[in-house]
Design a protein around this ligand. Structure first.
Ligand SMILES: Cc1cc2nc3c(=O)[nH]c(=O)nc-3n(C[C@H](O)[C@H](O)[C@H](O)COP(=O)(O)OP(=O)(O)OC[C@H]3O[C@@H](n4cnc5c(N)ncnc54)[C@H](O)[C@@H]3O)c2cc1C
Length: 422
C-alpha cells in the first residue's frame, strides 16, 4: 500500500531539516525523502567545516546582505528571525558564539554539531527519514489543482497533503544539489529565473594577473567597487580580498561576483570593471598629508605602509615611477596619479567560476509566485518551497543558512497547518 503523510519534505539539507522539525512540532506526520545516504551533506561542508549558522545583526541588515530577493523575507522574518535561530539552538543545548562581522558558529567549531542536532530533533519528533530515495517527479491532481505526492526513482510513490520542496540549488552538486527540482516546479506551473553562480572567484585578463607576480597576495579591509557602463557604482564591499593565479578571490570579491554575473549577462559587456580603494579609512588629502611628512623618503617606502610590497611595486610601475625616487622628486602629475591609484586601483573580470563551483546559486523558483508569509505556491494547492531552491541568495557570512532556516521554519509550520485543513 502506498505510504501517506501529512507533510513530505523533499531534500534533507539545511532548509528541509528545519521544515521537517517545524511541521512535526505542529503534530503532523512528516517524511523526509533524501537522495543521499546521509542528511545535510552541504551543511557539513559549510563554513569550512565549522558552519556559519547565522549572523547576529538586525533584520534590516540581514535583508541587505541577501541581494537575491532579501525583501521577500520581511514577512517570514516577522515570524522567525536570526535571533530565533540562536534561541532555537540554545533551546536544544547547542551554544553558538559570535565572531567578526556578526558571524555565528557553534562553540564546538564543528558543523556536525548543527547537522546532528537537527537530525536528533527530527528523530525525537518522530519524523520518518528515507535516505537513498531520489524523487523523480511530482504527483499532481490536475483537476483539483492540488499536490498529491511524489514519485521516486525507486518506483515508490508517496502521498501527502502538503509537499515541501527543499531540494537546494545547483552549487556544489557533489552534495546532492543537482537542480533536479527545477523541472518539477515548472511542471507545477512555476517559472524559474535564470540560474547563475554567486559567491564565486573571478577570472581576469588583467596584466597584473597574467604576469603572476601578485599570486597569493592578500589585502585586508579594502573597498571593492563594481561600476556600471555609466561609471555608477553597482555595489561596494569593504572586506579582505586575494590575488589568485587566474584572477581575484576573497570575501570582498565573492560578494561582488553575483553582481558581475548579472552585469555581464544584462549588458553583454566583455568585462566588468572594478576599483580597489587600498586605504578606505583615509581620504586623498589625509594620504597626502602622511606622504608630505616624509618627503625625503623613497616613494616605495611610503606606500609600503598602505599595501603589501608586491602590490606597491606593481602600482608604481603603472604610473610609471621609479620606486627608489624620493617623494619630493615627484612631479605634481605623478603625485596625483599615485593617490588616484591608491584610492581607485583598477581591476577587471570577464567571468566567474561556474555555478557548480560557486558557493550559492543565484536565481531559482520565482518569489513572485510564492506567498511570502507561508512559502506556499500561489499556483498549486499543497505545494511549498524553502531554501536555495527559491530565487533567494545571500552573501557569505551566515546569510544563506539563515535564509534556509527561516524559510524552512515558515514552510514547515504552514504546510502542517494547511495539512489539517484539507
Ligand atoms: C562549500 C560551501 C560552504 C558554505 N558555507 C556556508 C556557511 O558557512 N554559511 C551559510 O550561511 N551558507 C553557507 N553555504 C551556503 C548554504 O550551505 C546553502 O545555501 C544552504 O545549505 C542551502 O540549503 P538548502 O536546504 O536549500 O539546500 P541543501 O542544503 O543543498 O539541501 C538540498 C538537499 O536536497 C537533496 N535533493 C536534491 N535533489 C533531490 C532529489 N531528487 N530527491 C531527494 N533529495 C534531493 C540534496 O541531496 C540535499 O541534501 C555554503 C555553501 C557551500 C557550497
Amino acid at each position: 500500500m502506498a505510504e501517506t503523510y501529512q507533510v513530505i519534505v523533499v531534500g534533507g539539507g539545511s532548509s528541509g531539516l528545519m521544515a521537517a522539525i517545524n511541521a512535526a512540532q505542529q503534530g503532523a506526520s512528516v517524511l523526509i525523502l533524501e537522495k543521499n545516504r546521509i542528511l545535510g551533506k552541504k551543511l557539513l561542508l559549510s563554513g569550512g567545516g565549522r558552519c556559519n549558522v547565522t549572523n547576529r545583526t538586525s533584520q534590516e541588515e540581514l535583508i541587505k546582505h541577501i541581494p537575491g530577493n532579501g525583501k521577500f523575507l520581511y514577512s517570514a522574518l516577522s515570524q522567525f528571525d536570526q535571533e530565533d535561530i540562536v534561541n532555537f539552538f540554545a533551546d536544544h543545548n547547542v551554544q553558538l558564539k559570535e565572531e567578526d562581522h556578526g558571524r555565528m558558529f557553534p562553540i564546538t567549531d564543528r558543523s556536525a554539531t548543527i547537522r546532528d542536532a537537527l537530525l536528533d530533533i527530527c528523530l525525537e519528533l518522530g519524523v520518518t527519514i528515507q535516505t537513498k530515495e531520489p524523487v523523480e517527479s511530482l504527483l499532481i491532481d490536475r483537476a483539483a489543482n492540488k499536490i498529491q505526492g511524489v514519485h521516486c526513482k525507486s518506483g515508490h510513490d508517496y502521498y501527502c497533503k502538503s509537499l515541501i520542496l527543499a531540494c537546494g540549488g545547483r552549487a556544489y552538486p557533489g552534495t546532492g544539489a543537482t537542480g533536479d527540482g527545477y523541472a518539477w516546479a515548472k511542471a507545477a506551473g512555476h517559472s524559474i529565473s535564470r540560474l547563475y553562480p554567486t559567491e564565486a572567484p573571478l577570472y581576469s585578463k588583467d596584466d597584473i594577473i597574467q604576469e603572476g607576480s601578485l599570486k597569493g597576495v592578500a589585502l585586508r579591509e579594502v573597498t571593492v567597487t563594481l561600476w556600471d557602463l555609466n561609471h555608477k557604482a553597482i555595489c561596494q564591499h569593504t572586506m579582505d580580498m586575494l590575488f589568485t593565479h587566474f584572477g581575484y578571490s576573497g570575501p570582498a570579491i565573492l560578494r561582488t561576483s553575483g553582481h558581475i554575473n548579472q552585469f555581464l549577462h544584462e549588458t553583454g559587456a566583455d568585462t566588468a570593471n572594478m576599483t580597489i580603494d587600498l586605504q578606505p579609512e583615509l581620504n586623498q588629502d589625509q594620504l597626502r598629508d602622511q606622504a608630505e611628512g616624509q618627503r625625503d623618503k623613497q616613494v616605495l617606502t611610503i606606500i609600503k605602509a598602505w599595501m603589501p610590497q608586491a602590490l606597491a611595486r606593481v602600482l608604481l610601475s603603472k604610473i610609471p615611477l621609479n620606486p627608489s625616487l624620493a617623494y619630493k622628486q615627484l612631479s605634481h602629475q605623478e603625485v596625483n596619479s599615485l593617490f588616484q591609484l591608491v584610492k581607485a586601483f583598477p581591476i577587471s573580470a570577464y567571468k566567474t567560476d561556474p555555478i557548480e563551483k560557486g558557493f550559492v546559486t543565484g536565481g531559482g523558483v520565482k518569489t513572485s509566485e510564492i506567498q511570502p508569509d507561508s512559502m506556499a505556491s500561489k499556483l498549486l494547492d499543497g505545494l511549498y518551497f524553502c531554501g536555495e531552491f527559491m530565487d533567494i541568495n545571500g552573501y557569505t557570512g551566515g546569510y544563506n543558512i539563515s535564509a534556509a532556516f527561516i524559510t524552512g521554519t515558515i514552510a514547515g509550520r504552514h504546510a502542517a497547518w494547511a495539512a489539517y485543513e484539507y
